[in-house]
Design a protein around this ligand. Sequence first.
Ligand SMILES: Cc1cc2nc3c(=O)[nH]c(=O)nc-3n(C[C@H](O)[C@H](O)[C@H](O)COP(=O)(O)OP(=O)(O)OC[C@H]3O[C@@H](n4cnc5c(N)ncnc54)[C@H](O)[C@@H]3O)c2cc1C
Length: 396
Amino acid sequence: MTLSGTMSLETTNRYLSDEALELRAVLRRFIDEQMPRSAAAEWDKANEFPRDVFDQLVGIGVAGLAIPEEYGGLGRDIHATLMVIEELSRRSSAVAIPYIMASCYAGMTVVECASEEQKKRWLPEIAQGRLLFAYGWTEPDVGADLADVRTTVRRDGNELIVNGSKRFCTGAEISDYIYTLATSDPDAPRYHNLSTVLVPSRAEGVTITTIDAMGLKGSGTTDVVFDDVRVPLANLMGGEEAWNRGWSLITGAGLDIEKLEVAAMALGLGAAACADAHAYAQERRQFGVPIVRHQSIAHSLADMRVKLYASRLVLDDAAELANRGVRCGVETSMAKLFVTETCKQIVLDAQTVLGAYGYVKDFDMERYVRDVLLMPIIGGSSAIQRNNIHKWSRPR
Ligand SMILES: Cc1cc2nc3c(=O)[nH]c(=O)nc-3n(C[C@H](O)[C@H](O)[C@H](O)COP(=O)(O)OP(=O)(O)OC[C@H]3O[C@@H](n4cnc5c(N)ncnc54)[C@H](O)[C@@H]3O)c2cc1C
């Protein structure tokens, strides 16, 4: 069962260009027509990536939003990219995550981290939405302390040999390449001993198995094992001069934007939950009146709107800094922390408005809850964001 009615609860990113607003209208029509709630519920239940729908989505011109025109993209528009993530996340993470894998993990990260030769090689295809990249940072024994990765890479002539394992790798099974952070020099000092390799996901020696995660269904959460995987030297991210420089590459401007991607997903989930709670509160009657007439429900809905509004302002402000190319580690950490924690609260409050129906799988609210609980964990947990904010904004 799904809820009818759309809500005029919109808050809009004021930085969106006229073109981005037009694109949003096209995208919303696409979502209504090609991604109905019933289909999204099926993809979630079956843990299925609807590749045909994704292929149609990239056809409306959303894949190249984060890529400069000189490489075949539409210009580097962070606001428009986050808008697409938010809109898709409202309806289905089975499409939102692959979009992030194409537009951000592939597009933005290659723009930020690759050599000129690699940009020319990959970006035109990425801008068409034809390549999906997965992030292989986390390992079984390595979570927040990523610089401690145990996966190794060594050079053998014009090839790289990768050994080790990655955990919680989102979308590895549907991806074309896995960014693999690996130790490239065990004797070099911490942070100067790592390199990032783009391992083709179907290379010999790569084994991918599914982890049964609670949410984020569709793209799949996976374990990846590398057993003597041979990769061309040309797949060393940043080129040969980036050997042992993997850490500085992945913690550059791209990381700032990754935090905003997660915040945009959380905002989409918060907005969807808020809209469903409003609709439900007007339809559901108890004690002879719609429950929205009970003051505690009306106040809860009002609080959700305030939190949603504040979340948007914080996210958009940090996105504007990133869009201008300003380093904004503190602001993006603040946005990631504030928006994901606030939207988690919004969704849980919205679930309360639906009472028992917020707890059953026939209602989309149940998915919003499962998905939003992950947002403060991935892309650097809330504790890590607090550490960063404290560390980076201390008075000198
Ligand atoms: C569904 C899903 C999808 C994911 N997708 C990806 C992906 O695509 N690619 C990828 O590489 N990873 C992915 N991850 C992994 C995710 O990014 C990590 O789970 C996250 O970075 C935290 O690592 P951890 O869970 O191992 O926690 P740990 O690092 O073991 O931390 C455990 C707890 O201790 C806290 N903690 C740790 N260190 C500190 C500290 N210094 N100060 C204060 N508190 C601290 C943490 O906040 C947390 O509460 C995914 C995870 C899930 C569940």
